[in-house]
Design a protein around this ligand. Structure first.
Ligand SMILES: [Zn+2]
Length: 505
């Protein structure tokens, strides 16, 4: 029989045997070694090209929507997908890129950079690629511990390589206000600094310690000036990353109350809850609106995150201002009062051309349809929000909370073990969301809370490689995801990231 075979048949048999013996993995042929997220289509061609042919001087770029649509051959892409889509050819003489928009060219170059990393020679190939989800985000908490602008820019560089496009900047919270606000200078003069560096040396039993006046010798902390923020914003914009600022309300405001005590409820001995603003006083809205006006002025994003999580509302039950507000507005309970506040801020934001995002508690007591819900309590709230017509960003604690440890042997002050495989396994477009509402799934986001994360190297160890998995879930088409293949690519990309100066777990 063997004598009758053609050369081609013979090659197939040898390849099949090699596959069976694990010499060549099928996946290794379908994806470049360390490319994350996996592209929609990747085809290897005969030949290789050296890395020095993959730089700008051997690059031909064509930006044309018509040409891109031709490359897509009738595939139905939305406008935002088309803007990010690209076609790429790596040939013996260099590189050709086609895209409908500069953004697509940018993503093609990220692909090239990753493909060229490990070897001196790269397979000739073509890539056709576009994103699955619109919102591919990372959140950094700079309140519990402060991270300087160079650290932020370094993470933006990695996000861009991973084709992530939303940076959620958690700028303010109980242990420190980190953004210069000209109307209220005490926010940074009094509450951006504290005597203790480590968060849990400062906060005990959920009660914060004292703050320190700016300039106090040995005080820990810091904040971003408006100039710092402009620098970060420009850096992000060059990388097609939108920065979404978060100004928390009505909970998580211990620091705001320390700077401006009149924003708290009026109660004998200060009441039970140390975190909440008073939603009864008109003065609170004046404060929030003045802060937001400066934030709107600084950040070009259409979105403003207003927090909305974990308000305990005990003070509101006894505060005369809150009680008067509830009577005047016909609100039946304190959930109604929270809803009143969120809706009022939502109207204010909308009047200034902005849309709000809030943690999933903003669903309680009713919500303006325009609001986007960031779902952190499991996924049920996200399913409910999508059914109610809200856009949803999934950031479920048990998958995407990157402060949780990623290995059973790792130091574990909070949460549970969230391994790389667990992060990778999350599917945001769950079948519990009716197909007609699936377009409300905006995307996914990894959250790095920093209660126990004081050092930059520690923050990076928690981010990487798990952020790689979130990037792939956000960008890659669902049928391109494969854990064994991702694991192999994540290992190669981890090695590259270490070379670039990142700490990777
Ligand atoms: Zn009150």
């Amino acid at each position: 029989m063997l004598t009758e075979m053609t050369n081609t048949q013979m090659r197939y048999i040898i390849l099949a045997l090699a596959l069976a013996m694990g010499i060549v993995s099928a996946q290794a042929q379908s994806q470049p070694a360390n490319l994350i997220p996996a592209p929609a289509e990747y085809n290897v061609h005969p030949g290789t090209v050296s890395r020095d042919k993959m730089n700008g001087s051997h690059e031909k770029v064509r930006i044309s929507e018509k040409a891109m649509l031709r490359r897509l051959e009738g595939r139905k892409l939305t406008d935002w997908q088309l803007k990010s889509a690209y076609w790429l050819e790596v040939g013996p003489k260099g590189v050709k890129i086609e895209a409908a928009d500069q953004e697509g060219v940018f993503y093609a170059r990220q692909t090239l950079r990753m493909m060229a990393e490990p070897d001196s020679m790269v397979n000739c190939c073509t890539v056709l690629d576009w994103p699955r989800l619109r919102y591919r985000g990372m959140m950094l908490d700079v309140s519990r511990h402060f991270y300087g602008k160079d650290f932020v820019k370094k993470q933006l560089r990695m996000m861009a390589l991973l084709k992530m496009n939303r940076f959620h900047f958690h700028l303010v919270d109980n242990p420190g206000w980190r953004l210069q606000i000209d109307t209220y200078p005490r926010l940074t003069q009094l509450t951006a600094w504290r005597p203790q560096a480590y968060f849990w040396d400062w906060e005990k039993n959920e009660i914060g310690g004292p703050f320190a006046v700016e300039g106090t010798p040995g005080a820990y902390g810091g904040y971003y000036t408006k100039e710092d923020i402009r620098e970060i914003l420009a850096y992000a914009a060059e990388r097609h990353i939108e920065v979404i600022p978060e100004i928390e309300m009505p909970g998580h405001n211990y620091e705001t109350r320390a700077a401006y005590p009149e924003l708290a409820c009026s109660l004998p001995k200060g009441g039970k809850d140390p975190w909440e603003l008073c939603p009864g006083k008109e003065h609170t809205y004046e404060f929030l609106e003045n802060v937001l006006l400066e934030v709107f002025d600084l950040f070009p994003s259409q979105y403003i995150h207003i927090g909305g999580d974990e308000a305990r509302k005990n003070n509101w039950k006894v505060c005369p201002y809150c009680q008067a507000r509830m009577r005047a507005e016909g609100l039946k309970d304190v959930n109604g009062l929270q809803s009143y506040m969120i809706r009022r801020i939502e109207r204010f934001a909308r009047a200034h051309g902005k849309r709000i995002i809030g943690w999933d508690e903003i669903l309680q007591g009713g919500l303006a349809p325009d609001a986007t819900v960031m779902c952190w309590h499991g996924t049920e709230a996200g399913v409910q929000a999508a059914k109610e017509g809200h856009d949803v960003i999934f950031t479920p604690t048990h998958y995407y909370y990157l402060d949780y440890h990623q290995d059973p042997d790792q130091y574990r002050p909070v949460g549970r073990c969230v391994t790389l495989e667990k992060v990778y396994s999350f599917e945001p477009v769950t079948e519990r969301i009716p197909e007609a509402d699936a377009h409300h799934v905006s995307g996914v986001q990894g959250n790095l809370w920093t209660e126990h994360v004081q050092e930059e190297w520690h923050a990076e160890l928690l981010l990487y490689p798990r952020l790689f998995a979130i990037a792939e879930t956000g960008w890659s088409q669902a049928d391109r995801k494969s854990w064994p293949d991702f694991e192999r690519r994540a290992s190669a990309l981890s090695a590259a990231a270490r070379k670039w100066g990142y700490r990777v777990y």
